[in-house]
Ligand binder design. Sequence first.
Ligand code: F0G
Length: 377
Amino acid sequence: ATVQRSGVWRYRELILPIPEEAVISRAEGNTSLYAVGSDQQQETQASPGLRRIGEYAGLSQLYLKHEGENPTGSFKDRGMVVGVTMARLMGARAVACASTGNTSASLASYAALAGLQALVFLPAGQVAGGKLAQTLAYGAHMVQINGDFDAAMQLVEQVCDESGIYLLNSLNPFRVEGQKAIAFELLQQLNWQAPDWLVLPAGNLGNTSALGKAFRQARELGLISHLPRLAAIQAAGANPFYLSYREGFARRHAVQAQTVASAIKIGNPVSYARARLVIEECAGLVEEVSDPEILEAKAVIDRAGIGCEPASAATLAGIRKLVRAGIIKPNERVVAILTGNLLKDYQTGIPRAETVCIDPDLASVRRTLDALGSLTG
Ligand code: F0G
């Protein structure tokens, strides 16, 4: 039953075929696929407030797969549940990762569940509040590095090498296996009709690698007839993969990363080679978007009532840019992955409206409502 309730273990024959008793789970996955296209003929008709997102994108058939609905609020739970299950099976005592915050929150949760110790390396002062709070609350040992994510990543690899602590960054093959479940669940929700495009935010490139692998596998098994084209979207200030793509992957780039989307503030992605193969295999592409474009797109998603963290909104910003450039056609079927929950980063891009604070009497309330305008009939 545990296995069937999990949107990861439900597909375990394609991920990690282990006996049901060995499985750790928080019933991860099972995330919503929101139809937000402007076209009312879309199989699942978009709610009025959601259609606005499709109009903003310029697409009649657009879907948002909200991975922020996972147990710890990000897509990382899909890979982490498999990584931690494997760590426990292999008898590890402690697991570790470097993180911009979501991986660490997920690692801390699943390690606690499995009775393992967790060690996380974070770039000091660069992790959003919600993610820090989760990581601490779940009881991880937290080390803040006076450096960026890329420095933390290098250090954790070395530490794991010399200490025998089990490394659970997306370099870990079992994490990648679990993350494939995003694609399997998505395809099932679409009745195994692959979309034309799959758009996702790209940082360390683990997710690009995992989704590419999942779609390849689904096609080899005859579950889908064609590979969706992957569009990996980077923040313009953290765009090493985009720089490589633009020159035909002639060489690998590294940059000093800078962006409001702290989750993808990564200058030297570890899964570069695998992600490159994926983009080439599916005739995909890499695009970059500016911080203002990310924040504008986030506001559109937030106002629609769904909400997401800044990095996730890079998808919508990227889609809008690609539609305007004529690369994504207005009638194509497009799915964007919203990778993280709104509450993860409760400060970036939240409107600072003047707070209305009034005396507790009806006259004051009436005056306030009059000033607000057309709330009533
Ligand atoms: N979106 C969010 C919300 C993320 O947290 C991440 C990565 C990405 C997108 C990019 O995915 O790295 O597979 O290309 N977060 C990692 C972390 C780095 O430590 O939480 P990617």
